[in-house]
Design a protein. Sequence first.
Length: 215
Amino acid sequence: MRPFNGLTALAAYTALAIFPISRQSTTPDFRPLEFLVGHCWVGTFPDGKATDQHCFEWVFDRKFIRDRHVVRGGDPAPYAGETLYGWDPEKKRLGFWYWSSEGEILTGAVEYHPDSIVFPTKYITEKGTVELRAIWTRLGQDSYRAEESQRVGAGWKPLWAMELKREDGKVGKVGKVGKVNEISGRAVRVLTPSFLSSCQSYFPVLPAVRKHGTL
């Protein structure tokens, strides 16, 4: 360790000792999402060409769920993104934080419903605020349906929908774009969204939207 880094770490440790930070008291309820963890899931966009692969894993002793996804088959270069699901202490709810290979950042909520999980979010563009919603519906042990829509007036305009299926033999996480690295140790169980700029859309939502009209 370099001296500077060592001093920085010591200063940070000293500050925490003098000004202790209260521990988060709320433990996230991940039960509706757990079936996704420890597996990779892949679906095909309505165009029949581009695919979206999501791989889920636990992070920091089950305090977060990480979802890494890669969209292949559209543009020459794959589009990738990563989502962390966890407790949002400011808003006192389960939330998500998403960032992509194109530098986009998106945050939103995770809402559990009797038969689905809803991911509402908003982001600012030069033309105003865009409100998106992704809905995941579990279809069984090995598949779920993801639907993306955008608020238009008082209603919601569907952008796209796909069914994602679990990939057998690919229990792990996305490593470099184009590869799936196996992970050793315990298997954990388990879903996510991408972005929208002009009308991109997968959630937790973004450039796949710009490219496919979805998150």
